[in-house]
Write a protein that binds this ligand. Structure first.
Ligand SMILES: Cc1cc2nc3c(=O)[nH]c(=O)nc-3n(C[C@H](O)[C@H](O)[C@H](O)COP(=O)(O)O)c2cc1C
Length: 409
């Protein structure tokens, strides 16, 4: 019997994926000093291009070089594309597509989620004090509020990057509107305290995402896929809740979205990694089938989103067995399943899953280290240990990505 993971999927724009397995966005940390595409990054996508995954989504590429999300991320703007970098972007994409996979570039503006060492005065929907940032995993400087002109400029910045991505041959882009990055800071009633047309009601808080989306759609030609990544809930007090997300899904249904990537968590609550922060636990199984959603927090919310969405859905975050991946598809929680950290540990995992060779994966390293530490780091008195653990967990995976990028040179 063939696995449901091997089924073909066609996006509304006509792009065909050979199977249901996606390598989710992982910040590779392999940009050059000038935020360009390095040969290590091309090498990494050569490896993942041969992994068997039907779709690769790149790590977040910043649309504004004043605000790179991390020290070695890639920036796609006029400067980056003009300085003879276009060929590098083409090589990056070709490496991913060489074996028939499709590649989407994730576009991002980090907002306040930018390390202090990179930016002394980040921007956000509203100004924040140092003490407002105490739960954030990223060590950032207090942000100032964006002016109306700055917010108005964002749709064009994303649209230009989307057009460049299409010119470089990418199959599409994904707009990062989850995980506490700038667009999700606008979506969140906790972080967006504006009283102009960008803040207040859900309609106003969603305006930036919808304008960015429409600008991207208008700047590319047909057949180019546009995806949106959302945190269905961010788990922060007064933050993004499921009811708001479902209303947003209704609005997105009316737009040209090819893929809705459903995740969970924010800057103070790294639930996308299956780790709990200090605030509201993201209940597994609250809305889903408890057994199936165990270990994959976003699955608990995916069914509610899927029942409202006319767009194909992708879920990731915590998949560690073929049975749960397959169940998520056959029980119609999601159309596509995403793998992140496991692709750093086993870069040929999709191929093995399609051949039904790998029932359990992800290794004890991921599962045991997190479950052991989670019990400890949830206690309020261990707050700084928890943040240190989460940062070291992330940098551990970035080192693995750097090793993969240099392994075959
Ligand atoms: C090192 C690292 C970098 C990440 N970078 C991004 C990113 O650039 N954009 C994004 O949307 N998610 C990012 N994520 C989150 C992943 O896409 C994914 O949601 C998470 O790893 C959970 O999936 P997994 O359990 O299969 O690893 C990152 C995660 C890790 C570990």
């Amino acid at each position: 019997m063939t696995t449901p993971l091997a089924q073909v999927l066609t996006f509304p724009c006509g792009l065909v994926l050979a199977n249901r397995i996606v390598k989710t966005a992982l910040q590779e940390g392999l940009g050059t000093e000038e935020f360009g595409v390095s040969s290590e990054l091309v090498q990494l996508y050569d490896l993942w291009g041969a992994s068997g995954a039907g779709l690769l989504i790149t790590g977040g590429v910043s649309v504004d070089r004043r605000y790179p999300g991390s020290p070695a991320c890639v920036v796609l703007d006029d400067v980056g594309f003009a300085r003879g970098q276009r060929e590098r972007f083409e090589q990056w994409n070709e490496a991913g597509q060489r074996h028939g996979g499709r590649v989407l570039m994730q576009l991002n503006h980090p907002g306040r989620a930018i390390p202090r060492s990179l930016c002394r005065r980040p921007v956000a929907p509203s100004a924040l004090r140092a003490r407002d940032l105490k739960d954030d995993i990223v060590r950032s400087a207090p942000p100032r509020a964006m002016t109306d002109e700055e917010v108005q400029a964002l749709p064009d910045q994303f649209a230009k990057a989307a057009r460049f991505a299409q010119q470089a041959g990418f199959d599409g882009v994904q707009i990062q509107a989850g995980h506490g990055q700038l667009i999700s800071q606008f979506l969140s009633p906790r972080w967006n305290k504006r009283s102009d047309r960008w803040g207040g009601t859900l309609e106003n808080r969603s305006r930036l995402l919808l304008e960015v989306l429409r600008a991207c759609c208008a700047s590319v030609s047909p057949g180019f896929a546009i995806s949106v990544r959302l945190s269905a809930i961010d788990g922060e007090p007064d933050g993004i809740c499921l009811d708001d997300t479902l209303q947003l899904v209704d609005w997105l249904n009316a737009e040209a979205v090819d893929l809705l990537d459903v995740s969970v968590g924010g800057l103070a609550q790294p639930a996308m990694l299956g780790l709990q922060g200090r605030h509201l636990p993201i209940h597994e199984g609250r809305l889903g089938q408890p057994g199936l959603s165990r270990g994959v927090p976003a699955l608990a919310y995916a069914r509610a989103v899927n029942s409202r969405s006319r767009m194909p859905i992708l879920v990731s975050g915590g998949f560690r067995s073929a049975a749960v991946l397959e169940g998520a598809i056959t029980d119609q929680y999601t159309d596509l399943v995403g793998l992140g950290r496991s692709m750093c540990l086993e870069p040929d995992l999709p191929m093995k899953l399609l051949r039904q060779q790998d029932a359990q994966f992800g290794s004890g390293e991921v599962i045991h280290s997190t479950s052991f530490w989670q019990g400890i780091v949830r206690q309020p008195c261990f707050f700084s240990i928890r943040k240190a653990f989460i940062r070291s967990h992330m940098s551990n995976y970035q080192s693995k990505l750097q090793k993969l990028g240099t392994a075959f040179r």
